[in-house]
Design a protein. Sequence first.
Length: 91
Amino acid sequence: MGNVIISYKIFPTDVIVDFTDLKKKIEECLPEFASVYGYGEELIAFGLKALIAHIKFPEDKSGMLDEFEKKLETVAEISQVQTIMVRRVSR
């Protein structure tokens, strides 16, 4: 059984948003069977950075992706979320 890793570019609402707290809030939004595969940062402009979150979902569970994305929309520190890559992995 494989997994799907989805990479999200998460734009904060302000330059001063603490990514440590934002990562905790993202992890609180995760469904039971999903996990964080890793994080990165991307410089945007004028001191603004986007958080790149790589989230691993089991491919056999349905509805998890929608549930996670809806919960992300409720986080006050997030202004926008873009899906930048979807890939399947065997582990």
